[in-house]
Design a protein around this ligand. Structure first.
Ligand code: ZN
Length: 459
């Protein structure tokens, strides 16, 4: 069935993020067969008719947002249980994750999707958290979102309860995952290889998975620890820095997405740029967990070298929210403070990472990431009839420095309206919220993982 045509008419601003970065006042966008067929001034599109017309007079239209590192699964039902000073919650994280049942993961995924979509995310990469993709398929289908999935694998000892298999089995499992999932839901699902990290995977496993994604024209993502400690360990084990080690075994390139990447040295920045390897950075997670961005953050150097960076939210227990607008805000402000230099990471660069460059980092830049004729129609409309959007002179500044995802009014994915006037229609939210709260209670009781509910007396 053909997707009905759609016109957003008289938009107050259209932030195209196209090759010229045009910002169109009193703009219009026409969507036909799921793709953008015309973009321009409203007067230029006055003759364009559509099945549905959205009055854009109070809307700012942007490309849909990409979330390049977003663990969806265990965290929603236990969001906020870790005290601020919990130095490393990872042991608890993976114990909770491994205790999730299929039914629990379906509902917590639904909640994740509601939060992602209502904040304007059109595509997210789950770095191998989802244990029951078959159970979650209905949620992906109903929500209309794009998702990059994979089975998280390791073949080495790890301090946490990660899924571990002999290398041959990890390779076979990844091959069958790609065969089963890549391209489903009309291409909205992409399947990638997802080895957890270089520390928990052998070179043999990493190399085999890289060859596999080269052959299948898909991608590979892994957690990339850098910094002094990781460098020391990597030098001792491999005689290379963490990034040079990956290059030495051939696990770099445009279809490799390195997550976090804090603490890169100059040679590592050069390696990533030279090999056109992509990066996903989670600025709110980095700040909230005290990772020392002033000392370890290299986003400005990576941007200066043209590296494609996607922003991520990590999980509801890392950044604690799934809002790329807030991630843009943090990216744009944290480096100004860290470097005491107001030229660092302009608001426009933050918006590029959330859209055009994020799409490129996730291997979808040809089809997505900007409002240009021929691209798939993934659009976000922000409601400017709100105090944080007043007064409005520079819409990029209002978006990055004043707004957050709560002013997302309309979301379009593949030409289909999935959020309209703030509402999604694929799930009953109050019922879902009660369900997820109950899952959180069950999960804590079952695992015995509990923390004091509050530093303040709660009666
Ligand atoms: Zn992660």
């Amino acid at each position: 069935m053909a997707t009905p045509s759609l016109k957003i008419d008289h938009a107050r601003y259209v932030l195209t993020v196209d090759s010229e970065r045009r910002i169109i006042q009193d703009g219009a966008v026409l969507v036909e067969n799921g793709r953008i067929s015309r973009v321009g001034k409203a007067v230029e599109l006055a003759d364009a008719r559509a099945d549905r017309v959205i009055d854009g007079r109070h809307l700012v239209v942007t490309p849909g947002f990409f979330n390049g590192h977003m663990h969806i699964s265990y965290a929603h039902p236990v969001r906020g249980i870790f005290p601020d000073e919990q130095a490393s919650p990872l042991v608890h994280v993976f114990n909770l994750q491994s205790a999730m049942t299929e039914e629990e993961e379906y509902h917590t995924t639904l909640l994740g999707l509601v939060e992602l979509i209502r904040n304007g995310t059109v595509c997210f990469l789950d770095p191998g958290s989802t244990k029951f993709p078959d159970a979650c398929l209905q949620a992906y289908e109903d929500s209309g979102i794009r998702v990059i999935l994979g089975e998280g694998v390791t073949d080495q000892e790890a301090p946490w309860a990660l899924p571990r298999f002999p290398a041959g089995e990890a390779i076979a499992r990844t091959a069958s995952f790609l065969a089963k999932w890549n391209g489903r839901l009309g291409g909205r699902i992409r399947a990638w290889a997802m080895p957890f990290s270089p520390e928990t995977c052998s070179a043999e496993l990493l190399q085999a998975l890289k060859r596999m994604v080269d052959e299948h024209h898909t991608g590979l993502t892994l957690h990339h620890n850098s910094g002094a400690k990781a460098r020391q360990d990597s030098l001792a084990r491999h005689g290379h820095s963490p990034t040079a080690y990956l290059e030495s075994i051939g696990v770099v390139g445009p279809n490799v997405l390195l997550a976090h990447c804090l603490g890169l040295d100059d040679a590592e920045v050069d390696c990533i740029a030279r090999t056109r390897t992509a990066v996903a950075m989670c600025p709110v997670t980095a700040a909230k967990s005290g990772r020392g961005v002033p000392e370890h953050g290299r986003m400005p150097e990576l941007l200066a070298r043209g590296v494609k960076i996607a922003l991520g939210c990590d999980s509801p227990n890392n950044s604690n929210h799934l809002d790329i607008v807030r991630a843009m805000n943090m990216a744009a402000i944290q480096y100004k403070d860290a470097r005491q230099d107001l030229r660092q990471v302009p608001a426009e660069a933050a918006l590029e990472m959330a859209t055009r460059h994020g799409a490129e980092a996730l291997g979808q830049g040809d089809e997505l990431g900007s409002i240009e004729v021929g691209k798939k129609a993934d659009l976000v409309c922000f409601d400017t009839l709100r105090p944080e959007w007043q007064a409005l002179w520079n819409p990029v500044n209002n978006l990055v420095y004043s707004a957050d995802g709560r002013s997302v009014h309309t979301v379009v994915i593949d030409g289909r309206v999935v959020v309209s006037a703030y509402r999604q229609t694929f799930v009953d939210e109050p019922r879902l919220y009660a369900k997820v709260q109950e899952i959180g209670e069950r999960l804590q009781a079952r695992t015995g993982i509990r923390f004091p509910r509050s530093r303040w007396p709660m009666s």
